[in-house]
Write a protein that binds this ligand. Structure first.
Ligand SMILES: C[S@@+](CC[C@H](N)C(=O)[O-])C[C@H]1O[C@@H](n2cnc3c(N)ncnc32)[C@H](O)[C@@H]1O
Length: 235
């Protein structure tokens, strides 16, 4: 199981009409997803030649917007997403603040039975969770200089804080994390079934990876991959 199979199973289960992907890169997931309407947003698409040609010819289907998610939600979404979003993948800039803004913007358009999936919510090392301000290049440059101890080429950023934030601050959404594919955050409408208490959102921005290491289960509401079947049945 990975984000592609999880997303497609949800799309099929709820007969989703509109799929939104924030952060598309090469389109590995975007072009494989089967949904009646697909919308992809990325400030710098990196489609391989063949995929790009197929996209231009309309064989690789999907509406694509070469914009940051912030610009997309400000300028394009009011019209483009007027019919709502059924399933979204949030996989753009992997910072606490940007992922939170992306989820909150997405919630403005999420249809009542819609689902948001967030990628990279469960980093397993300090290096994987290295925080950046505005770009992945910050950590890549540090890693090249040997200044990220334990660097293994995988980067998740601090999106884990976004999960904790949503679980603390938004009682009208239900959020848990599937323990697969670097942690898939699952966000749906409805009261939280397992609310997080005992932590404060005000402390999250300055929090270190050690907070996650010591409280992983609780902060993320981490569920085994087998739980996905149970979740699907609730949709
Ligand atoms: C991890 S990749 C996405 C991978 C893709 N979702 C997949 O599963 O194959 C992250 C992408 O986010 C894009 N990105 C970076 N900043 C962004 C922003 N502010 N808004 C939207 N996308 C952004 C990058 O250009 C990059 O292509």
């Amino acid at each position: 199981m990975n984000r592609l199979t999880v997303l497609q199973a949800i799309i099929d289960k709820i007969a989703a009409q509109t799929y939104l992907e924030i952060g598309v890169q090469e389109g590995k997931i975007f072009f494989q997803i089967k949904a009646p309407r697909k919308i992809g947003v990325d400030p710098q698409f990196m489609f391989p030649k063949k995929a790009k040609l197929k996209h231009l010819l309309g064989l690789n289907k999907g509406e694509t917007y070469e914009l940051t998610s912030t610009a997309f939600f400000a300028e394009v979404a009011p019209k483009c997403l007027a019919g709502g979003v059924d399933v979204a993948l949030i996989d753009g800039l992997h910072t606490y603040e940007q992922a939170l803004q992306d989820v909150e913007n997405c919630l403005q358009y999420l249809n009542p039975n819609g689902v948001i999936i967030m990628h990279d919510c469960n980093p397993t090392s300090r290096a994987n969770a290295w925080p950046v301000q505005a770009s992945i290049n910050e950590v890549l440059e540090l890693a090249e200089r040997g200044e990220v101890p334990g660097w293994n080429g995988c980067w998740n950023g601090d999106v884990w804080k976004t999960i904790a934030h949503l679980r603390l601050a938004n009682p009208d959404v239900n959020v848990f994390t599937l323990d697969l594919d670097w942690g898939l955050g699952v966000v749906t409408r409805g009261r939280a079934t397992n609310p997080l208490t005992g932590f404060a959102t005000a402390n999250l921005a300055a929090a270190d990876y050690s907070l996650l290491e010591s409280n992983r289960q609780e902060l993320l509401d981490l569920r085994p991959p087998s739980y996905f079947k149970t979740f699907l049945e609730t949709l």
